[in-house]
Design a protein around this ligand. Sequence first.
Ligand code: FEO
Ligand code: CA
Ligand code: CA
Ligand code: CA
Length: 662
Amino acid sequence: MNEHLSQKIFPTTQLEDADGEGHNSSLNPTMGEIISKRFSRRSFLQGSLAVAAITATVSPVALMTAEKARANGASAFSFPEVEAGVDANHHVAEGYSADVLLRWGDALFADAPAFDPTKQTAEAQRRQFGYNNDYVGFIPLEGSSTHGLLVVNHEYTNPHLMFPGIVKIVDGKISQGKLSKEQVDVEMAAHGGTIVEIRKVDGKWKVVPESRYNRRITSTTEMQLTGPASGHERVKTSADATGTRVIGTLNNCAGGVTPWGTYIMAEENFHGYFSGELPEGHKEAANYKRYGVPEGGYDWANYYDRFDLSKEPNEANRFGWIVEVDVMDPAATPKKRTALGRTKHEGAASIVSKDGHVVFYLGDDERFDYVYKFVTSGTFNASDRAANLDLLDEGTLYVAKFAEDGTLQWLPLIFGQGPLTAENGFASQADVVIETRRAADIVGATKMDRPEDIEPNAVNGKVYVMLTNNSKRKADQVDAANPRPDNAFGHIIEITEDGGDFSATSGKWEVLLKCGDPSVAEVGATFSTETSKNGWFGMPDNCAVDSAGRLWVATDGNNNKATGRTDGLWAVDTEGDARATSRLFFRVPVGAELCGPLFAPDDETAFVAVQHPGDGGDDWSGHGRPSYYEDLSTRWPDFKDDMPVRPSVLAITKIGGGKIGI
Ligand code: FEO
Ligand code: CA
Ligand code: CA
Ligand code: CA
């Protein structure tokens, strides 16, 4: 989601203000403070050198250097770079085809109704592809790279782009009316996830509508709470006296696919769905404050009491979890695995460690929040799928502490250890996981600049952490030469776990890349000097590592006047002389951010999710005014007058076949 809670139709800058200082009032140091201490001089030098070299790219010396690097095969990527910019359509590198696979409203079942944006119903939406596709995963069937289950999260809804007749323009700004119960029901059905069988036929991917696996999961699908918080008093409600059954999942951002082939949906900005006030003196007040609950961005509480804190004070403790879905059984109850903690989970990418434990990397996407990992107690059994199905109920949740000397400690969040005791208000592991953020605060975790996707790389053994930005960093980190008041373009950290063991409790870290325009010296961006003017980016958000171990970074937030470029997918070298060289492979239409991305196991398809296209356009000369259902900045991807803009998943393939980017 772009700066989150974009359910509200305010421009990004206002949303950032709405996000305020984040919700972490602990005194732990920020990652930015540590980096500025550790790298201030080196970064300054790198930034200055980068600028000098870019100015000199016309010089024969620089050209020779670039050619020599390429002749040495320094870059792992080869494709003609896309030109950065903003317009109504998507663009992919020449020689590649980006085909629409699934659009909001597309039928997922043989008997599903055709999409009619003027006659939307919850019943129809439950049989169709949902809104705002985010995470994309692929679970091969019989080991195939051309036949499998695509799993896609539907993070949130944009009513002003979805529904006709709900927007007025007042003083040049969008004013959105209250949604009807029918519209709220459509929104609830448009959230969640999709599981759909797909097959590549003659080089093109197709949906299999008659598949027995196809399924929609929504904000009304019944789920089970498992792990330490299951059945606890703090998760009981009037509708669920057992504290074990939850209705639905919310704001599923990124996610993961486990080594045993289940689908992980991470619940991110759950606070936005809750309204109302807790009863006076309620014991959850401090807990909810730490998570920013309630935010009140949605109209759901008008029709459903469980989203009203005054009526159902514990309901918000039942969201913010990692959800696991067994895709092989379409009737399986999705499980909220509370052992992995309760945060604004961006995603949950996993890898099997040397000794068979399964390690999940977890970012809590808010300014000044933390990086986590979870290590299962049990080990992965490759020959017995069923033996793995409850691995996520037992294990150790850790939070990261980044030290100034480039080392890293993973601090365990275990009830009874260190400060996680009754004295500090933790009576059991249930309290630790329900208040994961507070537990991390008091063990001394490092405050980060919006940790988003975190991906382990099985080929080089490293872990990549996307840190989107943090406009609320201290004034001495903001430079007047930067045109944006929220002058942080984010950065990428590379972690090397000790002993090359993903389950290690310590490691080393360094900054792979400080993002932003390297031609503006004060930004201090550290792209290699071979990165072209199209190759730099800001706001790294989601990422993928392909089978060759190459890093691809998708961005969230470049779509504005200041950068003159939309979000997109960049190929980023991590090895050798080419390290920190970046190239633009794909870019999205106006208003969108790029989610996914995901490579099929044979690296011959890149799936990308274009989220919230057309959400904005005021600052693009091609539109120049607010974008809403009746006056959209783009009608991507159909470009038909009677069809609104539609978030969609695309399949990118090389024309004539072959691996992507080689
Ligand atoms: Fe949904 Fe953290 O982006
Ligand atoms: Ca984001
Ligand atoms: Ca995201
Ligand atoms: Ca990812």
